[in-house]
Design a protein around this ligand. Structure first.
Ligand code: ZN
Ligand code: ZN
Length: 345
């Protein structure tokens, strides 16, 4: 029985091209008590592999968090499969607005300690005591009121390319950092202000809202289904769109355009741009914003140093990487001294 991927990303891309099939990019999550995550993981992998589902899925004792690409023709089968699992029956599926058949090229189902790396000790507070969920229309009204603090619960590189107008966008690398920062900033307003929060698909707010209530905030609201669901409702119900720019997404597309505004700049030349790329130098792989001109001039790298390295024969590059720890830990996402125009707050 096959429990893991056999095809490389390249082979998969070629297969998708050949098949010419329509695929849907979607995501969902659910907090639920899962007794044996490994068994559940295998169950999912076998079923989804059969349906040619691709994506990145985390399974933990606390639930499931899934980002997927499903062949359109298998969608019914996929949906029926979910409905057959008691805690996933009618789970809200966030369907991406911009479709890309190659949003995911592998099926990876991983067992983790948690479905979101939130750094929280769940034993210390009641995770089920969540904030009030609001839909797009209610959210639009709510954020206009004077006693509201609107907080973006995502990381700096996400809010950089798109966020709600008037939102506080913490300059943080992790969810945990932003929880502390916001609490510190709002410590004197736990009772008189309404704390309204949002994230990509809603999952981070599920924990954050419960955490803030535990910390004494009296009025906590969260955008139901996050930016993804907001954009869908805005389009479907012809509501005013108060989100500017792109919604950063964690698949091959990296960003989904929600409004035509370009609110960020190329990190190398400073001109308006909101296209995230990874530095072509495998030893660097820095995530940053780069315009097409700079991409060409820099040969898709983040710096002169990386440009020189990728000009070397591959074997020499590999030799150079030996003994150097994973650079993702050195250069944080979108942060490098070499980027002249990175955002500063
Ligand atoms: Zn540029
Ligand atoms: Zn680089």
């Amino acid at each position: 029985m096959q429990l893991y991927n056999k095809l490389s990303a390249k082979e998969r891309a070629a297969l998708i091209d050949e098949a010419g099939e329509d695929r849907l990019t979607l995501s969902f999550y659910q907090y639920a008590k899962i007794g044996n995550p490994h068994l559940f993981r295998n169950h999912l992998f076998i079923a989804w592999d059969e349906m040619a589902v691709l994506g990145r899925i985390y399974v933990a004792h606390e639930g499931i968090n899934a980002q997927l690409s499903v062949p359109a023709q298998n969608f019914e089968t996929f949906k029926n499969f979910l409905d057959g699992i008691y805690f996933l029956e009618n789970v809200r599926l966030n369907i991406a607005i911009e479709q890309d058949a190659k949003s995911f090229l592998k099926l990876k189902v991983k067992v983790r300690d948690k479905i979101v790396a939130d750094g929280l000790n769940d034993e210390t507070f009641d995770v089920t005591n969540k904030g009030v969920h609001v839909d797009a229309a209610t959210f639009n009204d709510l954020i206009e009121s004077d006693d509201v603090v609107l907080v973006d619960m995502r990381n700096h590189y996400e809010s950089e390319i798109g966020h709600f107008k008037n939102a506080v966008t913490p300059d943080v690398d992790t969810f945990r950092d932003s929880l502390d920062l916001i609490e510190e900033d709002l410590r004197d307003h736990k009772e008189d202000k309404k704390l309204v929060m949002y994230c990509t698909g809603g999952i981070r707010c599920e924990k954050a809202s419960a955490y803030y209530k535990h910390k004494g905030f009296k009025h906590v609201y969260q955008l139901e289904g996050g930016i993804i669901e907001y954009a869908r409702q805005v389009e479907q119900l012809k509501l005013e769109n108060k989100f500017k720019g792109k919604n950063f997404v964690f698949d091959h597309r990296r960003g989904e355009r929600i409004s035509e505004d370009i609110i960020s700049n190329c990190h190398q030349c400073g001109k308006p741009c909101d296209t995230h790329v990874n530095c072509e130098n495998e030893a660097c792989h820095l995530l940053f914003i780069q315009c097409e001109e700079c991409a060409e001039a820099m040969n898709h790298t983040c710096s002169d140093e990386c440009k020189e390295i990728i000009a070397l024969p591959y074997e020499v590059q590999k030799e150079l990487r030996k003994g150097i720890p994973n650079s993702n830990k050195i250069f944080k996402k979108g942060r490098s001294e070499k980027l002249k125009f990175k955002r500063s707050l």
